[in-house]
Design a protein around this ligand. Structure first.
Ligand code: F6P
Length: 540
């Protein structure tokens, strides 16, 4: 790959995106009766349909050329071999080794297997009642304290898969806001609660504040000595976990080649193993591993993560659509958009390339979402009729885990209908005909016509899961993880660092003191000084 060939491939995408009619989708369907057949792919049990986009054969060829010019396959194989693909932090990115041994990275794979085995042994001992709390009661609740990647993945998977009757009840404490703790507190019986302090660094201000708060509560409930039986750490920082008072045998480690937003498969997933049971946690990992194998072996044109990434590149850079909505049509996936927000925006919210130069084009889009059908009654108005299209990911689950067949039919029908409505729109002739049929007079038709037209040609992709079982969910998450990696390669940015969150953290430290002492520093800008003074005045 040369920078020149990559730039030439990008120039082709830009040119295709600027061509007249580039964003039209309906003509593609009209011209190609077999469009769905040619624009969907399958992998790891999932189906990905990208036919409802303006990707023509010509555009697809250009996008595949772009992937080749960016050496996506070589970059992918480097990642799987444990190369330092996180170049700014001089680290590997080996989350795939957490789910299945990677032949090219035997050391990390063995290390990951060792931690997994320790997690399994611990989980099963807790479930059998061999590991108990200070008052000899069995643990029935697992409280995970963590934030960002040490929270969002476990929360999202827990909400998706946990069912009444599962081995333990999962509760998550993420935000440092004391109201969060006040909300979970009534649900907890200290004697039966196992606390996991989940923090890769074990220095994150919010997590440590919550961990100390919970430690004081536990000590007040079961005594200072007894409290140690209730704490476990999930971390890379053995020194800090020891200082916190957690015995080394109660620390489940992982390595710095596990990025926070890719960490739910590591020790950070212990709350999932404990709450769902080992078999289902293992099935989650196996599903992700199936997607890994697909990503590592399928040709570019049939490779789901590659196709999803190229579709995004087309939308962001070809058509200038730098936001995307994620609509899972399954209430259990309600925290998936939050997980993807971190996965995608922390990874791809970059403006500098690996070589230090500025990226000469837009990078990661704004990602937001809600489960359907609820989302239809909030932001979908803008998606249908706002001036600028918002590409959508629809996620459909074929078989529900309930027996309310009519509800599920309505749910699926709405998901399909939204995508169809975005594609087809409703033109003036159709609206007029509808209004006449409903008995509207000519003046009313003329007045309302522009408001009731749907422009159509609005892009979406659809992902279909057979059911929301651990393996399908694992594959779905891994699909998005690899998509992020491919986009990083296309834009030549590092998807594995997150320097952008540091400055706010640094500035918060002196502000905590100023709030405590009631003395704003004159060094702040006038807005920060004014707001600080206002808060202090209101608190006094
Ligand atoms: O928000 C920045 C970040 O570093 C995330 O990448 C990470 O997931 C989160 O903070 C929590 O970090 P830690 O696990 O070290 O507490």
């Amino acid at each position: 790959m040369t920078g020149d060939s990559l730039e030439a491939a990008w120039a082709r995408i830009t040119a295709l995106g600027a061509a007249p009619g580039a964003s039209a989708i309906r003509p593609l369907f009209a011209a190609e009766p077999d469009r769905f057949a040619r624009f969907h792919a399958r992998g790891a049990g999932l189906l990905l349909d990208i036919s409802k986009t303006a990707i023509s054969d010509t555009v697809r060829d250009a996008l595949l050329d772009l992937a080749r010019a960016a050496a996506v396959e070589a970059r992918r194989d480097e990642m799987a071999r444990g190369a330092l693909v996180n170049e700014t932090e001089r680290r590997a990115a080996l989350h795939m080794a957490l789910r299945e041994a990677l032949p090219g990275a035997p050391g990390p794979s063995a290390e990951a297997a060792g931690t997994l085995e320790a997690m399994r042994v611990f989980t099963e001992a807790v479930h059998r009642g061999e590991i108990r709390g200070a008052t000899n009661q069995r643990f029935d609740t697992v409280l995970n304290i963590g934030i960002g990647g040490s929270d969002l993945g476990p929360v999202m998977v827990g909400r998706a898969l946990w069912r009444a009757g599962d081995p333990m009840r999962p509760i998550h404490l993420g935000n440092v806001d004391g109201h969060g703790w006040e909300t979970v507190l009534p649900q907890l019986d200290a004697r039966r609660t196992l606390v996991l302090v989940a923090s890769k660094t074990f220095t994150t201000q919010e997590t440590m504040a919550n961990a100390h708060l919970v430690k004081r509560w536990m000590e007040a409930s079961v005594g200072k000595l007894g409290a140690t039986a209730h704490f476990v750490a999930l971390s890379t920082n053995m020194k800090a976990t020891a200082e916190f008072g957690i015995a080394p045998e109660r620390v489940f480690p992982f390595n710095d080649w596990v990025g926070g937003r890719f960490s739910l498969w590591s020790a950070i997933g212990l709350s999932l193993a404990l709450s769902l049971g080992w078999e289902r946690f293992r099935a989650l990992l196996d599903g992700a591993a199936a997607m890994d194998r697909h990503f590592l072996s399928a040709p570019l044109a049939e490779n789901l993560p590659v196709l999803l990434a190229l579709t995004e590149a087309w939308h962001v850079n070809g058509l200038g659509l730098n936001r995307r909505a994620v609509l899972p049509y399954d209430e259990r996936l309600r925290r998936l958009p939050a997980h993807l927000q971190q996965l995608e925006m922390e990874s791809l919210g970059k403006r500098v390339r690996l070589d230090g130069s500025l990226v000469p084009r837009a990078t990661g889009p704004v990602v937001f979402g809600e489960p359907g059908t609820s989302a239809q009654h909030s932001f979908m108005q803008l998606v249908h009729q706002g001036p600028k299209p918002v590409p959508v990911d629809f996620i459909l689950v074929a078989k529900p885990d309930h027996s309310h067949a009519e509800n599920h039919r309505i749910l699926l029908a709405n998901g399909l209908a939204q995508a169809e409505a975005l594609l087809m729109g409703r033109d003036a002739a159709g609206v007029e005909a509808d209004m006449r049929a409903a008995g509207a007079d000519e003046a009313t038709i003329a007045r309302l016509l522009p408001h009731r037209i749907f422009p159509g040609d609005r892009p979406s992709v659809t992902i279909v899961l057979p059911s929301l079982d651990p393996a399908s969910l694992g594959a779905l998450i891994a699909l998005y993880e690899h998509k992020v990696f491919v986009l990083g390669a296309l834009w030549r940015i590092n998807p594995f660092d997150q320097w952008g969150v540091e400055l706010g953290k640094v500035l918060a430290t002196p502000l905590v003191r100023e709030l405590e002492q009631g003395a704003p520093s004159p060094a702040h800008d006038s807005s920060t000084r004014g707001l600080l003074a206002e808060v202090l005045k209101l608190q006094s």
